[in-house]
Design a protein around this ligand. Structure first.
Ligand code: SF4
Length: 180
């Protein structure tokens, strides 16, 4: 049987969802028997590849770089899973939304409270440009499955992956029955 091409992606999030993924501990060895990890922050791969079967996406869409990456991931991946509350709802990453558009968030920090060389970082190559609103990933691309939690418990990530690897539809009810 062909090995599944598996990826994980880190957008606007704290990496806690990836820490929970790593909490799968020895089950990661079982996973490694079934998949090839073709892209992940825990692997040294620079470019998101073509023909990915399954991706877990952590984090919301907060800047232009997140948006471009997510569109690329969607184009190149068969099954896309929103991993954690930031990806699912915006959560912590979206806390800045009530403060106003990006300029209203940046101005007090980089201009008004800065006496030395006050300027807003906007060089595309060094600092990604903030979007005016942080949005969950389903606002940008089609998401196949949602795994909520901040972060989702490792047992829920495992149940989700096991279901998908076996060709079943993961459900939270099923994951809690098996591992709750
Ligand atoms: S859902 Fe929670 S743990 Fe995951 S990236 Fe967001 S803040 Fe971090």
């Amino acid at each position: 049987m062909a090995r599944l091409r598996f990826a994980t992606v880190w957008l606007g999030g704290c990496s806690g969802c990836h820490m929970s993924f790593l909490d799968l501990d020895e089950w990661l060895f079982e996973l490694a028997q079934k998949v090839d990890v073709v892209f992940s922050p825990v692997a040294d791969v620079k470019e998101y590849p073509e023909n990915v079967d399954l991706v877990l996406v952590e984090g919301a869409v907060a800047n232009v770089e997140n948006e471009e990456m997510l569109l690329r991931v969607c184009q190149r991946t068969k099954t896309l899973v929103a991993l954690g509350d930031c990806a699912v709802t915006g959560n912590v990453t979206a806390l800045r939304n009530p403060l106003g558009v990006a300029l209203e968030v940046l101005r007090p920090v980089y201009i008004e409270k800065n006496d030395l060389n006050a300027c807003i970082p906007d060089e595309r190559e060094t600092v990604p440009i903030l979007l005016d609103r942080v949005v969950p990933i389903h606002a940008v691309v089609k998401v196949d499955f949602f795994v909520p939690g901040c972060p989702p418990p490792a047992r829920v990530i495992r149940a989700t992956l096991e279901a998908l690897l076996e060709g079943r539809t993961p459900t939270l009810e099923w994951t809690e029955r098996k591992f709750g």
